[in-house]
Design a protein around this ligand. Structure first.
Ligand SMILES: [Zn+2]
Length: 309
């Protein structure tokens, strides 16, 4: 079975202003890298807009309304110093969450083995009731909630290898025994959450903290000795990935030392987990990654690995 790619031109219209690291060029270079002939058999789909019902499985209705109402008709608005709104932000955010919903439908519906969502704004810092850290809606959480609500999927694991801790995704998961959140991230770093002591109400959260400058050996050791055993114990019906590539050595925001090979390796490990427990089903979602060359190459390597799963 094939790999699907979900994206939408509307995601380019979220304009964060001059010099902002989370810029539209990120998505442009990712999509351009995926135009290579190696991706000839990648099945491309336009992301639909997420519906209110889909968003409200994660975010309170009043918050969704307030967020969409805050989108300016012209110029820029902001939620906080990092989280900027432009006229195109509302549609971009709805496409980003809608991509993950559609990817879940395709993968859980047996139409594809796995899927990658090339979207922005990213989502893993978005709390149910607070947009923050470049993130509006928690795209991966909206997808996980959709899988459980509509596909008889009981247990969903979300693995997050972005250099930052996905505080919003952890909040979504930590009080639900049928959700698992596992993260490797630099520690200490924004947003300050994700200590090893945060384990979830049911032991269903694993935070593998990496010190600044940590590279391939530390990263692979954390995945192999902490995340993979926890995933095997959890036995997910669906594996979701918060695929941030800002742990790459070239990244200007993160301070870790990973390369494309590490992203290929972790993708392979997660494919093995999905094969053991989840009929191979993986939905992967773009999060961070701010060096354009590293982002393009790392995303291409990740998607190529999903395609040979
Ligand atoms: Zn990040």
């Amino acid at each position: 079975m094939n790999t699907l790619l979900f994206s939408h031109p509307d995601c380019l219209d979220h304009d964060t202003g001059y010099g902002h690291p989370e810029c539209a060029d990120r998505l442009r270079v990712v999509l351009s890298a995926l135009e290579d002939e190696a991706f000839m058999f990648l099945d491309r789909r336009d992301a639909p807009l997420a519906t209110r019902e889909q968003l409200e499985r994660v975010h309170p209705p009043g918050h969704v309304t307030a967020l969409l109402d805050a989108v300016p008709a012209d110029g820029h608005g902001s939620i906080d110093a990092d989280t900027v709104l432009s006229p195109g932000t509302g549609k971009a955010a709805l496409r980003a969450a809608g991509a993950v919903v559609a990817a879940v439908d395709a993968v859980c519906g047996g139409e594809a083995r796995n899927a990658f969502c090339a979207v922005r704004p990213p989502g893993h810092h978005a709390e149910p009731d607070q947009a923050m850290g470049f993130c509006l809606f928690n795209n991966v959480a909206v997808g996980a909630a959709h899988a459980r609500a509509t596909h008889h999927v009981r247990r969903v694991a979300i693995i997050d290898f972005d250099v930052h801790h996905g505080n919003g995704t952890q909040t979504f998961c930590e009080q639900d025994a049928d959700l698992f959140y596992g993260s490797t991230h630099q520690w200490p770093l924004y947003p300050g959450t994700g200590s090893v002591k945060e384990k979830g109400v049911y032991g269903n959260v694993v935070n593998a903290c990496l010190p600044p400058m940590a590279g391939s050996p530390e990263f692979r050791h954390a995945i192999q000795t902490q995340l993979v055993p926890a995933l095997d114990a959890f036995k997910p019906d669906l594996v979701m990935i918060s695929a941030g590539f800002d742990a790459h050595m070239r990244d200007p925001v993160g301070g870790l030392d990973l390369t494309e090979d590490d992203f290929v390796w972790v993708t392979q490990k997660l494919i093995e987990v999905a094969d053991r427990h989840a009929k191979g089903r993986i939905v992967s979602v773009l999060e961070g990654g701010y060096d354009l060359r590293a982002l393009a190459n790392s995303t291409a390597a990740h998607v190529k690995t999903l395609m040979v799963a």
